[in-house]
Design a protein around this ligand. Structure first.
Ligand SMILES: [Zn+2]
Length: 259
């Protein structure tokens, strides 16, 4: 299937098609996958894409891309090309033995963001973004940026818990995308985690829910969730509330527990 702008169709369902398309257009067909190399979608929500390779031989094993990007052709393409630059670096290293392609260390006078994203990576990134600005490749992506189809990101619910009757301290949790807004269970969760029964549930535009700890599908806390207060809690809540799409769907006070 092809999705995207008519003049610039981006293959989105078959990663092998997308890989071929990007290899031809952006890398002049230079990438020559190792035997057994695979392309697959994964369920990651934290990582957008990753390039897997053998630590001993630098042979490429896989490019994995978060399945969430299926709905966002331009972000999908940008992520694929990012991972392909890593693949190119390893291929060049295998062919030349020159470790500079791997961007392992900071080299004085040369750009370096972190391991793997140094002078070679950034040089390729710049070349590609200059020739094809629509690629919008970056070192670190953020969900919901200009490469995303915002209409395809579903709204999410956030559980906002104020701690100790103070508006300054508190925590924000994202409800699992398929969790119901179950007042009783959320009440227990707020109580279990923070000893408070007061909470608010906000419905926000999906990209705003990124980065908050996600509750279980049944709205219970995850095992490793600790009692934390979010830095800048008050400002974060205000920013969420200021967004045009945000709706306050529920406020629960201890005394209205049964409501
Ligand atoms: Zn990278």
């Amino acid at each position: 299937m092809l999705l995207g702008i008519a003049s610039d169709p981006i293959p989105t369902t078959e990663l092998s098609e997308l890989f071929q398309f990007c290899n031809d257009r952006y890398f002049s067909g230079e990438l020559d996958p190792s035997e057994g190399f695979v392309l697959r979608f994964n369920r990651s929500v934290k990582l957008f894409g990753c390039f897997r390779y053998c630590l001993e031989t630098n042979v490429d094993w896989a490019i994995e891309i978060s399945g969430r990007l299926r709905d966002h052709p331009r972000a999908l393409r940008s992520t694929m090309v990012h991972e392909m630059i890593h693949m190119l670096a390893h291929q060049r290293f295998r062919r030349t033995g020159n470790r500079r392609y791997l961007d392992e260390h900071r080299i004085p006078g040369q750009p370096f963001v972190n391991r793997g994203h140094g002078a070679f990576f950034l040089g390729e990134l710049e070349r590609l973004n200059r020739c094809w600005p629509e690629l919008g490749i970056s070192v670190k992506s953020s969900f919901g940026n200009h490469l995303y189809e915002l209409g395809r990101i579903r709204p999410r619910h956030l559980l906002v818990v104020s701690i100790a009757n103070s508006n300054d301290k508190g925590m924000i949790y994202a409800l699992h995308p398929s969790a119901p807004v179950d007042v009783e269970r959320l009440n227990k969760t707020a109580q279990g985690l923070h000893d408070v029964e007061d909470f608010t549930v906000l419905r926000v535009s999906g990209e705003l829910a990124e980065g908050f700890p996600v509750l279980r599908k049944d709205n219970a806390p995850r095992v490793r969730m600790r009692r934390l207060s979010l830095r800048g809690f008050k400002d974060k809540v205000q920013t969420l509330r200021n967004h045009a799409m945000t709706i306050d769907i529920m406020e629960s006070r201890g005394e209205q527990k049964a409501a």
